[in-house]
Design a protein around this ligand. Structure first.
Ligand code: NDP
Ligand code: PMR
Length: 404
């Protein structure tokens, strides 16, 4: 049963000693400078923070904040495509992109160690992935490293071909890999000339997922799933999603122009290049794509489509391009201030649940976890749940990756 907490925070009172750290971080600009937002936000990890006494005492530089926290739905979700109990359960094959570090590696480990899964680690750096798999103790017989560079459409096509040649059925696909380029002054591009973050995080995965859909359809596994990792920072109905620069796809004019920075903008909305925004935009694309897959193929293909926000995994390689001071301060900020922090191990277990748990088979859902680590069906922002935009994104993306 859903439990909803509504809290109102007014910007009164003065900064106490805990609040100082936010001020100084703001001054350095490492945490996104000042934010002024008219709030009416549905929270994800924000909920535990606003319930604390300390937080209520603090001045919050965010205006009046009304937060409705969805902390419940800890009970297993209703299923649309329940696993067929009659089918024999063989070892499942799961493809995880970007399994050489962070969330992808932790998920590969969580699944690979059960003995119930064979993990295909789809990685751009073969040696790094192989070493990572070995050192995290995944038994040799439970993983295979296969080369995939999402920043090259040729590589994506070759990968799909190699999967077919391997003869392994494709039971679950996890689109996890990503790049984040917050300090880049100028855009960089994929082999096909798309801005690198959207090109890798969205377009590469879009082509991969489309190519592997037929393989998923053909699998005889009881519960077939396509999971695309999303994030809170792409959702402007949350505090984290309101940290500038905010995600906004606009009317997709930059994407329609090819994101090449030559004829048109390198940004989806046609604006000036901003690496942090490009990442957040790409996450909106990931969440819209999952829903469009659901609308188009769930019934027909019997595949579960899902997205998720696993929590803030503040120590992963995702922040490798950020300034050193950010990398130093971000983990304690998330641990002690926002309380949104999760370890790689915990995040890996969460994604592994979405891959394998029978109670997470509902399709078209964006999963999150509350402070007790219980999963719940979360709400996406208006833009990230805009069906018209999802359709347009699908059609434009199809053209760019050569499927239409
Ligand atoms: P990491 O940087 O640790 O992992 C990203 C992975 O993507 C790496 O394995 C990297 O490979 C791979 N990758 C990057 N570019 C390509 C490419 N062109 N082709 C193939 N693989 C590529 O970051 P995280 O584990 O944090 O990120 C994983 C996912 O989690 C992302 O989708 C991210 O958006 C999402 N996420 C992360 C959060 C966090 O707080 N960290 C919060 C919410 C969502 P390599 O090892 O070779 O660099
Ligand atoms: Mg954010 C509940 C509050 C919350 C949560 C859960 C996150 C998650 N962040 C929160 C709040 C804030 N952040 C606030 C109040 C600030 C301003 C001080 C802030 C700043 C901030 C920066 C500068 N946060 C960031 C950055 C990044 O560069 C990260 C980013 O946007 O990467 C795209 C980031 C993140 N905060 C998160 C999460 C999960 C991220 C990173 C990863 C992602 O979305 O994939």
């Amino acid at each position: 049963m859903a439990l909803q907490a509504t809290t109102t925070i007014s910007p009164t009172g003065s900064l106490n000693k805990e609040g100082k750290s936010i001020t100084s971080l703001k001054e350095t600009g490492f945490f996104g400078a000042s934010i002024s937002v008219p709030f009416s936000l549905k929270a994800e990890s924000w909920a535990p923070l606003i319930r604390s006494k300390e937080f209520r005492k603090r001045e919050v530089a965010f205006g009046t904040l009304v937060v409705r926290a969805q902390t419940a739905a800890t009970t297993p979700a209703m299923t649309n495509s329940a696993p067929d109990a009659k089918k024999t359960k063989r070892k499942g094959n799961v493809i995880i992109t970007g399994a050489s570090s962070g969330l992808g590696l932790a998920t590969a480990r969580a699944l690979g160690q059960t003995g119930e899964w064979h993990v295909i680690m789809a990685c751009r750096n073969f040696l790094k992935a192989e070493k990572a798999a070995k050192s995290s103790g995944i038994p040799k017989e439970n993983y295979t490293v296969m080369h995939l560079d999402l920043a090259s459409l040729n590589s994506v096509r070759q990968f799909a071909e190699n999967v077919r040649l391997s003869g392994k059925p494709v039971d679950v696909v996890v689109c996890n890999a990503a790049v984040y380029l917050p300090t880049a002054k100028e855009p960089t591009y994929t082999a096909d000339g798309f801005e690198l973050s959207v090109g890798t995080n969205h377009l590469g995965h879009f082509l991969l997922a489309r190519l592997l859909l037929d393989d998923l359809k053909q699998s005889d596994y009881p519960s077939k799933r396509l999971i695309i990792v999303g994030s809170i920072t792409g959702n402007t109905n949350t505090l984290a999603g309101n940290v500038p620069p905010k995600a906004n796809l606009g009317d997709l004019r930059g994407l329609a122009g090819g994101l090449n920075g030559v004829n048109t903008s390198s940004m989806i909305d046609g604006g000036e290049f901003d690496g942090a925004k490009a990442y957040k935009d790409s996450k909106v694309c990931n969440m819209l794509t999952m829903q469009e897959f659901h609308r188009r193929y769930h019934e027909e293909a019997g595949v579960t489509f899902a997205s998720l926000y696993p929590g803030c995994i503040a120590e992963t390689g995702l922040f490798r391009e950020h300034v050193p001071l950010f990398r130093l301060l971000f983990p304690p900020f998330q641990k002690y201030i926002t309380k949104g922090y999760v370890s790689e191990e915990e995040a890996g277990k969460r994604l592994a649940q979405v891959v394998s748990e029978p109670y997470l088979t509902k399709s078209g859902v964006y999963w999150s976890w509350n402070k007790n680590s219980s999963s719940f069906e979360n709400q996406l922002s208006e833009e990230a749940s805009d069906a018209e935009k999802a359709k347009k994104l699908w059609e434009v993306s199809e053209k760019l990756v050569g499927l239409a």
